[in-house]
Design a protein around this ligand. Sequence first.
Ligand code: GLN
Length: 470
Amino acid sequence: MTLTQLRQQFLSGQSTPTQALESLASAIAERDSQTKAYISYNLEEALQAAAKADLSKPLGGLPIAIKDNINTFGQPCTCGSKFLAKNYTSPYDATVIRKLKEAGAIPFGRMNMDEFAMGSATENSAIQLTRNPRDPERIAGGSSGGSAASVADLTAYAALGSDTGGSIRQPASHCGIVGLKPSYGRVSRYGVVAFASSLDQIGPLTQSVDDAALLLQTIAGYDHLDSTSVNLPVPDYSATINDGVKGLRLGIPAEYFADGIHPGVRENVEKCIQLLESQGAEIIKLSLPYTSHVVATYYVIAPAEASSNLSRFDGIRYGNRATGASDIIDVYHQSREQGFGAEVKRRIILGTYVLSSGYYDAYYTRAQKVRKLITRDFTQAFEKVDAILSPVTPTPARRIGVCSENPLEDYLADIFTIAANLAGIPAISVPCGTTAFDGAPALPVGIQIMAPNFGEAMMLRVAKAVEATA
Ligand code: GLN
């Protein structure tokens, strides 16, 4: 059941928020021991909120699963890390949580993720591995793997995740659901544990495009607590979502259909584009020439920002503190040595290196310049088209274990999702079919729709047309 359907049931009296939570709890008990999407949940607290739910509010009584890096008052917030797994409880609500609560929703469940959102498979979670509900031998994707898997496994109606380089769209694509990354500045980042502050955005993972619009409508908007949030009015997304693609110009970037993408991914995405064309969209071939530089640019900028953001985890202020250290410096060293996993350490080392004097200009400054050129690619493209279509990932969900064996391969698979973060534009992943892959008969494939800055309304409109054809 989608959020929209569940809300109808509440309003017509066919179901109640308490019943909805109870049915989630039994679905979790039945299936989550295999999928492992939930790190934790507090049913009692949620049931108390359900008993008081105000159904007149837009999300009255609807339970929403939350990625475990978004602070929710009184709940744990592990970020998938040993550093925060034992002794951290959020002392405040992130702005998105405050907005959900004000709209009547019930944040329910803390969803698994790659440690500090670094990864693409939840294989970097220090807590557990999340399996793909469509095929348990496969990754759910990441880093918002728990959020995506729970929605696909019907142990959650909808979820929030965070996307720094694809972490909402890629797991949504792998699990066969909808995942939306808003424009940078559209949604407040206050209260999400920062990975790379110039790239991070919070967004919805849902079963339908309408649900994605509904959640975005709730969480979007200016917030004085996030100086990068933008003070622009939030349009009514539902007003234009059913307008269809007739007359729209949809761009197809050659670089996103190059060799190396799995033929089943290509076929499904191309078939979807043809269907949109048959509905009256104009398909325009274009080029985004800096695409070949996006992975390298991201893997300088994101680790640089991460190394700075993660310096706050020092054993003094948050979470893990080493015992038996000889002095304060040793507390820092040992707490960080014990608390962080291998991938997080790799990023801190990489980020510290590219920011160190002597290398700063050669790597960090250079990457910032290339980021400008990548952004310019999109600005120029959006002079000619209303939205851009592409695959979300080069392959469907890989087998568990493949990614953690080869981190570089894992980084390269981010090629289609990263540019939207570097350019700050909104992007959504919508299911567009299934394909056989690597011994699996039918794995989900997603199509990505990218739109100009703050063009979420246009993007959702195309997404809705895709959903209707797929
Ligand atoms: N896979 C990318 C990374 O590991 C993206 C992560 C994200 O969007 N949080 O950095």
